[in-house]
Design a protein around this ligand. Sequence first.
Ligand code: SF4
Ligand code: SF4
Length: 442
Amino acid sequence: MVKLATFRGGVHPPEFKDATKDKKIEPVALPSKVVLPLQQHIGAPLELAVASGDAVKVGTLVARATGFVSIPLHSPVSGTVKSVGEALHPSGVSMQAVVIESDGQDEWEPGLLTRRDPESLGVDEIKKIIRDAGIVGLGGAAFPTHVKLSPPADRKIDVFILNGAECEPYLTTDYRQMLERSADLVAGVGIIARVLGCAKVYLAVESNKPEALAAVAGQAKGREGWQVVTLQTKYPQGGEKQLIEAIAGRQVPSGKLPMDVGCVVQNVSTVLSVFDAVTTGRPLIEKVVTVTGGAALNPGNYSVRVGMLISELLEKTGGVAENLGKAVMGGPMMGVALPNLEVPVLKGTNGLLLIPEPVPESLHRACIRCGGCVDACPIHLLPCDLALLAENERWDRCRELNVKDCIECGSCSFTCPAGRNLVQLIRYGKFTVMSQDRAAKK
Ligand code: SF4
Ligand code: SF4
């Protein structure tokens, strides 16, 4: 029996991908308006480039990057800027956003869409194109992609991993893109490998996606130094550190980054955004989103303009059942419960999970010290202790037990027989400690 690549820890939640895995990606009709929160990435805040009343086209710069770790934001529609002010973000927090009313014309900014041969471009030119296109990691972290592709001179990258795991239950966007755009995907991997100058390239896909594995392997055939890797189907197999452990056999130490062990990981959607930007000039204004769950009336994979309100997305794709109990942006393990449906699709949105009533309540009973969460944690933390410490606001102990390393995968909560709210408490501890550390540095 062939041993599949994997990591220590993790869990096996039910997959629930059948409702959408065979549904081709369908474009959704243009939104009537878009809401664009300025903070859709990790890094320096953006500076507005438009004002209320301005006419914009598809791809017009809406907000400028203000530092190296920052990316610009573009208009996903042509129309008029209706307002610049506070709007509700999917996290439930109000933040600065630009609202644009679409004129339905879908007219592009002149000169933006340009066909280019990547081979004719230098490495620095490609990195600039990626930055100017506003591309962030689309697997959840929303970290600017050009930064990941620009390691400091003392960090030699020798391994690039395409993350085709898509281990989060319900979601099928990367799976469909691997099937429907395998040639573009492999060409995108080639562009990134050239930018990084790395010899070893791994295309990693979970064993529960044999058709995607075959599609990617077929396109990559004959490329020297490239290897297609079948990953064990396990959650969170798509975590960066877990992939690096499974494939390269390297451990990313606490507080360090993949580049510190010579590796870069990018997921399928990010690589395709890079391919689109480099070969056609398209900025990141559109996302593939899986709409699914028991309350979705027409589950599927949809290509959606960034900024479209969830309410309009559902209206245009078949609607939602009356017994909707909870809407989650993302999947059940790492997703965020939405405050309501009047919030926008973000660059990092990959799924919308619609859960019908009755929504299971959290039990949060006392810990029985079974150790299940410790076995499940892929980062080898002590989730039971961290949650108790966060509950009791013992921040110094949280720091000592490396709370900042938590990747918020939810494996501990999934496995806990006492139904404790582990990931919520640990996330609270992580953000408190991070804020304290940031304040101390100032
Ligand atoms: S402590 Fe964090 S990294 Fe570990 S299982 Fe829980 S959520 Fe995942
Ligand atoms: S899994 Fe739940 S009950 Fe078991 S040790 Fe962890 S927190 Fe306690």
